[in-house]
Design a protein around this ligand. Structure first.
Ligand code: ADP
Ligand code: MG
Length: 359
């Protein structure tokens, strides 16, 4: 486990986390780290792939911080956040009188990023005409403000990010292949959190200390039981989801926040992790699917019996001991955790009925 010094925490407040946390110990992230170190210094376009919440924004900022133009501007454009019609003028700027309402000239973000980094987030959202303009920028460093007679020249390092599979977009005709090759000179793939489970504990500790300090709270370290639950979860929202969960725990102060939240998100537990990037081990995928199915059935039966584990074991035709083992193995919350939550609910709605039963 990584121990965090107070100074590194203080330094990271409001800033990106320390490198030891960002990269953790997992092999996949060590590979990202060494690739990042190699590419950041070279002034080439980088494409960052990865599911939402895997840290693409953080990595883009790190690329800028390690680049020869680190003292220059860092300009981020969140493509889906800007309506299609406005995106062109936001990106490339316009001249006075270019369209109704253009009372003065305005530089676009491409120009503002001169001698710095232009980070285009969710690049697949650019329509085909903007893709052509971006291609021109990447090919010869030139672009044209809307309504301008002449092209302008700019020196900018372009970093793009996407959570989409751009090759499929190319096949369906919504993304230009030539642009893909230009932005994808170097590719960094951010692994999903479930591909780096070994880092979950350190990340959880980090967010716990961070939010304890930030909100002036004293939430206690997580129990082994809850850490076990975090280990098993599928994390569709990746690090962002983990961070938000710990933040809620720090504010509300009891661990049931975590266990019950994750149980409520149950359907996501069972998405089989099938990555089509490489060879698939049918044996492994099948074993995993069986485990997940078993877990799903146990959870259903436990819920049906209001978490009375003896009754659940009888319904499942397994021994009580076997069920206890399976509950632990599957990372399901203990009966105690659920009982506490039910009591809390009862106290707050005052109906005096406690649903979870002791064994
Ligand atoms: N490797 C990491 N270490 C610590 N925190 C991270 C890491 N990656 C992401 N985060 C945190 O998770 C949240 C989502 O990260 P972000 O970079 O916005 O993801 P993305 O752009 O891939 O959706 C942010 O609050 C960020 O601080
Ligand atoms: Mg992002």
């Amino acid at each position: 486990m990584t121990t965090l010094s107070v100074s590194s925490l203080a330094q990271s407040l409001g800033e990106i986390p320390p490198e030891s946390i960002i990269f953790g110990h997992s092999e996949v992230m060590q590979a990202v780290r060494s690739r990042l170190a190699k590419v950041a210094a070279a002034n080439v376009p980088v494409l960052i792939n990865g599911e939402s919440g895997t840290g693409k924004d953080i990595i883009a900022r790190m690329i800028h911080g390690l680049s020869p133009w680190k003292s220059g501007p860092y300009v981020k454009v969140n493509c889906p956040a800007i309506p299609g019609t406005l995106l062109e003028s936001e990106l490339f700027g316009y001249e006075k009188g270019a369209f109704t309402g253009a009372f003065g000239a305005k530089p676009g973000r491409v120009e503002l990023a001169h001698r710095g980094t232009l980070f285009l987030d969710e690049i697949s959202e650019l329509d085909l005409s903007l893709q052509s303009k971006l291609l021109q920028l990447l090919q010869d460093g030139q672009f044209c403000r809307i309504g301008a007679q002449e092209d302008k020249k700019v020196e900018v390092r372009v970093v793009c990010a996407t959570n989409r599979h751009l090759e499929s977009e190319i096949e369906s005709g919504t993304f230009r292949q030539d642009l893909f090759y230009r932005i994808n000179v170097v590719n960094l793939r951010m692994p999903a959190l479930r591909e780096r489970r070994g880092d979950i504990e350190d990340l959880a500790h980090y967010f716990l200390e961070y939010y304890n300090r930030k909100f002036n709270c004293r939430a206690r370290p997580l129990s082994n039981e809850v850490l076990g639950v975090l280990q098993k979860y599928h994390w569709p929202g990746n690090i962002r989801e983990l961070e938000n969960l710990i933040k809620r725990y720090v504010i509300l102060g009891h661990e049931e926040v975590i266990t019950n939240d994750l149980v409520a998100r149950e359907p996501d537990f069972f998405n089989p992790e099938i990555s089509l990037d490489g060879p698939i081990s049918l044996k492994k995928v099948t074993r995993q699917a069986v485990r997940e199915l078993e877990r799903k059935i146990i959870l259903k039966v436990l819920q049906q019996h209001h978490w009375n584990r003896k009754q659940a074991a009888r319904t499942l035709s397994i021994s009580y001991r076997a069920l206890l083992y399976k509950i632990r193995d599957a990372g399901l919350p203990s009966n105690r955790a659920l009982r506490l939550q039910q009591e809390e609910k009862t106290n707050s709605n005052g109906n005096g009925k406690i649903e979870a039963t002791a064994d």
